[in-house]
Design a protein. Structure first.
Ligand code: AMP
Ligand code: MG
Length: 315
């Protein structure tokens, strides 16, 4: 049987399927079935306060999820869907409270990956899906990352490596414009071409931005952002170094260079894969080189800071 048919049958039976999107692999279930959504939380060991993003393949599925007729949503969809942008909109009663962690809103996006779109179409329902990793760990950008960390998933669709490599940009709409809840590959500059940015920023920890924890995306080994003083505190011969353009300090046991020609998109596409590779290797700790905070670099630094946070060392 075609793997896509098998995966779609699983979704219709209320099971959980890992599938590729252009951002990272998702852990998907029928977004309108609370029991199926509950299984995502259980498999991920995800706290119930952290809502799921719902994925659609067609604009006609929007009306199942939101009563909103906000014309800005149509403009955003025309500009960025299918693509790595999640928009938070008021939810309908059809969307289970578990999916939105009790919020009156739901995050929706249309992924730009043929397998994701085909899975949603063949399943016949919108698919709720967080990244297919245990809560707080590194997001998967290849099918083997999923099988290594979550062997208990009902079905894994293999679509090779993901193109973008970091999770979607998430925005909310306010009367005076949009606010970014999570940076991603769709940048502020991209959004500003379509909509004005709201004058009031989102307060960290506000109910508008649940699940935005300081620590997230962490490898199971200590992870640090590189600063020159770090070399006084750790032995590079026991560490792996994730380099931006290849200018790695001397002495590291392994060096992975992600963007020799300086393309930040290549760094984003490779960062989680590099973390997975070093996590599974013999090194004791991981060090990543910071990148310039411009364009997608803002989203990359957001992920690197969150990955480093758990291990307590500044910088
Ligand atoms: P992910 O872990 O990539 O699936 O992204 C889920 C994140 O989307 C959550 O941690 C929230 O921060 C955000 N999110 C999802 N739904 C909503 C919502 N209704 N309101 C605000 N943020 C949301
Ligand atoms: Mg995630």
């Amino acid at each position: 049987m075609d793997p896509l048919d098998q995966a779609a049958a699983c979704i219709r039976e209320g099971k959980v399927v890992a599938f590729p999107t252009e951002t990272v692999y998702g852990l998907g279930a029928n977004a309108l079935d609370p029991m199926a959504a509950a299984r995502i939380f259980e498999l991920k060991e995800r706290p119930a306060f952290d809502p799921l993003i719902v994925h659609i393949a067609d604009l006609s599925q929007l009306q199942l999820l939101t009563p909103s007729k906000d014309p800005r949503l149509t403009r955003l969809a025309e500009a960025f869907w299918p693509g790595p942008l999640t928009v938070v909109v008021p939810k309908t009663e059809r969307v289970p409270d578990l999916v939105t962690s009790g919020l009156p809103t739901v995050g929706v996006r249309m992924p730009d990956h043929p397998m994701a779109q085909e899975l949603i179409r063949r399943s016949g329902c919108p698919i709720a899906a967080p990244s297919a990793n245990k809560f707080g760990r590194i997001s998967p950008t290849a099918a083997q990352h999923v099988t290594r960390h979550m062997p208990e998933v009902d079905f894994v669709l293999d679509g090779g490596e993901t193109r973008v490599g970091i999770e979607s940009t998430i925005i909310a709409l306010r009367p005076d414009g949009y606010v970014i809840l999570r940076p991603g590959a769709i940048t502020r500059e991209d959004l500003n071409r379509i909509l004005p940015e709201s004058a009031s920023p989102v307060a960290a920890g506000s109910p508008e931005a649940p699940g935005m924890l300081a620590s997230h995306y962490s490898p199971a080994k200590p992870f640090h952002l590189f600063t020159p003083t770090l070399l006084q505190r750790l032995d590079p011969s026991k560490c792996g170094f994730i380099s931006y353009r290849g200018n790695a300090p001397q002495g590291f046991a392994r060096v992975l260079t992600l963007a020799p020609d300086g393309d930040l998109k290549a760094y984003a596409a490779g960062i989680f894969g590099a973390m997975h590779q070093l996590e599974a290797s013999g090194v004791e700790c991981l060090v990543a080189e910071p990148v310039p905070e411009q364009g997608i670099g803002i989203a990359i630094m957001d992920r690197l800071r969150k990955a480093a946070h758990e291990h307590g060392l500044p910088g």
